[in-house]
Design a protein around this ligand. Structure first.
Ligand code: CO
Length: 159
């Protein structure tokens, strides 16, 4: 396993649409393992493959309780709206508030290619929506309704 370099806003790869995964092979598994190591190192809550320069529809999420690997995710439905404070490992100097669904239901494949469905709210639901946007080249600063002061001491909660 290896810690990968996280791309920072300004890199055009972050603005591209990622392509579906078709092979659930060792190469994918190695990338996922590297993504977990990179996320842990960065003390974040989620990481999408384009953030490490790989334009594949893959992300991982970890709210401290649930760890998810989502490949070729689709948003099946959302419910409600709420304003949440958000951060992103690719925009390290920014914290802002965005509107996210109260809950999101997503279908995705795991690293073996098997489909699963997850419904989540709170931090995990927020993270699923944030990471999903990365796969379409959308950075959350385009959704920010108001900015906030970053906390210097921790990167915790960044996605
Ligand atoms: Co992000």
């Amino acid at each position: 396993m290896a810690i990968r370099n996280i791309l920072i806003k300004g890199d055009e790869l972050l603005l591209k649409r990622s392509k579906p995964v078709t092979k659930f092979d060792k190469r994918l598994h190695d990338m996922l393992d590297d993504m977990w190591e990179t996320l842990r190192d960065a003390n974040g809550a989620g990481l999408a493959a384009p953030q490490i320069g790989v334009l594949k529809r893959v992300f991982i999420a970890d709210d401290g309780e649930t760890k998810l690997e989502c490949i070729n995710p689709e948003i099946l439905s959302t419910e409600g709206e709420r304003e949440v404070r958000e951060g992103c490992l690719s925009l390290p100097d920014l914290v802002g508030y965005v509107i996210r669904p109260e809950t999101v239901t997503m279908r995705a494949q795991n690293r073996s290619g098997e489909y699963f469905t997850v419904t989540a709210g709170e931090l995990l639901g927020q993270c699923l929506c944030h990471e999903y946007d990365h796969l379409d080249g959308i950075l959350y600063d385009t959704k920010v309704t108001r900015f906030d002061e970053p906390e210097e001491e921790t990167g915790s909660g960044r996605e």
